[in-house]
Design a protein around this ligand. Sequence first.
Ligand SMILES: Cc1cc2nc3c(=O)[nH]c(=O)nc-3n(C[C@H](O)[C@H](O)[C@H](O)COP(=O)(O)O)c2cc1C
Ligand code: SF4
Ligand code: SF4
Length: 277
Amino acid sequence: MEIKTVWAVYFSGTGTTQKVATTLAKSVAQSLSAGYEEYCFNLPAAREKELTFTPEDLVVLGVPVYAGRVPNLLLPYVRDSIHGGGALVVPVVLYGNRNFDDGLMELRNVARDNGFHPIAAGAFVGEHSFSTVLGAGRPDADDMALVQELAGKTADKVKTLTEAPAQAVEVEGCDPIRPYYTPRDRHGEPIKDFLKAKPVTDPDKCVKCGLCARLCPMGSIDPNDVSNVAGKCIKCCACVKKCPKGAKYFDHEGYLYHQHELEDQYAGRRAESKIFL
Ligand SMILES: Cc1cc2nc3c(=O)[nH]c(=O)nc-3n(C[C@H](O)[C@H](O)[C@H](O)COP(=O)(O)O)c2cc1C
Ligand code: SF4
Ligand code: SF4
């Protein structure tokens, strides 16, 4: 099959999905002597635009795993506004050293149902959004070597195809997709008000540069008073990890409990990145 353009189309709060999706797409483009384009749908304005691809496109479609699935507030955009039009797709998810559960399966299925042909896929480990010790520094050199392996094998597969495959690539996960993972305390009770947690701002550190307000994927941080998170917060941690002064943090009791539980349970082990062809 002749591919003219390889795309990296992604959402990435703290940059790990961006790193994997763009590296993968650039490498596939190079191997296929195709053009390279990027579309980041982090910002609300970017999610107003519909994307429609063609059989001459190959799209690396990347999202982080939130609660074991495609982030629920991004799902409407991916489902309703990214149209395959017969393009090949490589669904890619980043997960924070716990588990990707059904995130990759869900992304593959949504893409397939939107007119894409999923030919390869990957689940890679990224530093957990909530932490600097859980999956610290991931994706690292070993993960990125696997990204390159996926790129090489994807390009080889494309070169052997005479037409788009009828069957979507097999990936790990349950189908039908399971419910969202729920953060729980040690007694198995859901953590109270976890979804309501929002970051706070240290007024002694904040220099009012406004970067967090410009970056917030929900457009929820008031640019005139960045300590005011007026709208929804998906806890992507873009504002926390990208604030140049380290002025943003969560002090919500339930959020901190969950963060420490995750670190206690999963920081001591290395979850593996996986590729599917
Ligand atoms: C709200 C939320 C839920 C998350 N749920 C999971 C999860 O279920 N399993 C997991 O391993 N990591 C989970 N993570 C961690 C992210 O998937 C991981 O850090 C990813 O690398 C973030 O991608 P980004 O850097 O592109 O934002 C979650 C992160 C957030 C913000
Ligand atoms: S990015 Fe940090 S320093 Fe800049 S306005 Fe936001 S909280 Fe303040
Ligand atoms: S306010 Fe919430 S949604 Fe907005 S950047 Fe910060 S963590 Fe992400």
